[in-house]
Ligand binder design. Sequence first.
Ligand code: G3H
Ligand code: 13P
Ligand code: ZN
Length: 307
Amino acid sequence: MPLVSLIEMYKPANAQKYAIGQFNVNNLEFVQAALEAADEMKSPIILAASTSAIKYAGLDYLVNIVRTGSGKISAPVALHLDHGATIEDAEKCINGGFTSVMIDASHHPFEENIRITREVVKMAHPKNIAVEAELGRLGGIEDNVSVSEKDAILTDPKQAEQFVKESGCDALAVAVGTSHGAYKFKGEAKLAFDRIGDIKKRIGIPLVLHGASGVGQDLLEKAQKYGAKLPGAKGVPDEAYIKAISLGINKINIDTDLRLAWVGAVREVLANKPEEFDPRKVLGPAREAVKKVIIGKMKLFDSAGKA
Ligand code: G3H
Ligand code: 13P
Ligand code: ZN
C-alpha cells in the first residue's frame, strides 16, 4: 500500500499499548530486509533515514525505493526523517514524500526548541505528516552522578508537559538513560522507567525510545568471530523494551543492531569464501541477517500481527 502517515499508525499503537519499530535504512538491501520482515510478520513498520543516510543515498533514491517496496506489501509503512537538525532538513523531507519527520532541537535552549518544533509542526500538519521532537539529552545514568546532574540530562516530566502543549508535536523522544551506538552502559543497564510513566501520564502522546538497540551477545559473537573489534559493547535488554512499552513507549529506534547483524554476515562470507567477489553473494546473507533482527524486534515490541 502507499506510505502511511505516522499520525495514523500511532493511534492503534497508543490505544493498544504496543510499539512500532523504527529501523534505519541507508540502501536497497536494508529497505528490502525491513519490508520483507513487515510483510511476513504482518507488522506496521517505520523506515527511517537520518540526514547522513540522505546525504549518502540521496533523498529521491531513498523515497522511491521505499515507496516501491511499500507498494508491494499490505502492512502499513511510514517513512521518517531521523534526527532532522534544522527546519530546512525537515522541510525537504516534508516536501519530498516522507510521512513523518523528527526535528531534534534538543541541544537548543527550551524555548528555542519549542519555537523550532512549532515551525516544523506548522509545515507538516497541513500534509498530515507526523512530527517527533526531543527533550533532554541522551546518555547513560552513571552511578556516581548526582540527582541534579541526572535531572539536567534526563527529560523533565513537567517541562515535557509544557513542551508538548506549546509545540504541538505528535510524539516525544525522551531521554531516559539510553544512548546511541554500541556502547550504552558501562555497568548495569539502567533506564529511568519511573520517568517514562510520569511523562506519559502527563502528556498521553506516543513516547519514543532512541538509542534502543539490544547489542545482543549473538550479534557481537558472530561479528567478533570474524574479526570485528567491539570490546565492552552493551545495549538495552529485552525485558526493558517490554517494561518501557507498558509505561507508554510507542516507537523504538533500532539502527546499531542492524549494523551489527550486517557486518557479522558480511565478514563471515568474506572470511569463509575469500574467492567470492559477487556483491550479491556478499550482501544477500547480510540482508537476511538484518531481516532476522527486525523480525525479532517486531515480536518483542508486540507490533507483529497488528497490520
Ligand atoms: O541516531 C542516529 C542513527 O543511528 C543514525 O546514524 O547519522 O550514522 O546515519 P547516522
Ligand atoms: P541505536 O544506536 O541504539 O540503534 O539507536 C538508534 C536511534 O536512536 C536512531 O534514532
Ligand atoms: Zn536517535
